[in-house]
Write a protein of this length. Structure first.
Length: 150
């Protein structure tokens, strides 16, 4: 397997992204309304949206994605980047695709002046946490999620 090439998502990537997206949702044991998936894709390819996706391409096949939201901060002038979704095709796991996606975001953030890159994961996601812990240890914050609609 050759090294992953990381690039921005393009409109022509929809079918490949959708396959990975469905795998990502299955991994987390969830389903989303088709309208949510359609809106997510629309945001990804809209150049004016703060949502963007980087794709990992290995041997011509999209093997993973990182979907992020670039947003302003109250504690800094420069923006921060929230890595909301990271997924690697199971056939490509352990080959460096996840690391290549994160490294790409780090390089982009340093180039573009982001204050930080951050993300969340389930505490029992041991495989991903081994990768994440190689960058830094979890910061100890506890997340609260209040549903605002039924």
């Amino acid at each position: 397997m050759t090294a992953a090439v990381i690039r921005s998502a393009a409109p022509t990537d929809k079918a490949a992204w959708l396959t990975l997206w469905q795998g990502y949702l299955a991994f987390y044991g969830t389903e989303l309304d088709e309208a949510v998936t359609a809106m997510t894709w629309s945001r990804i390819i809209d150049p004016t949206s703060p949502v963007f996706t980087r794709l990992a391409v290995v041997d011509g096949v999209i093997a993973g994605f990182a979907t992020c939201i670039l947003h302003p901060r109250t504690w800094a002038v420069e923006p921060a980047c929230y890595l909301e979704d990271l997924f690697v095709d199971p056939a490509s796991r352990g080959s460096g695709v996840g690391r290549a996606l994160i490294d790409d975001l780090i390089a982009t953030g340093r180039r573009d002046g982001w204050t930080n890159l951050y993300w969340h994961t389930n505490d029992d996601n041991a495989t991903a946490r081994r990768l994440y812990d190689s960058y830094d240890k979890a910061d100890g914050f506890v997340r609260y999620r209040l549903p605002l609609r039924k």
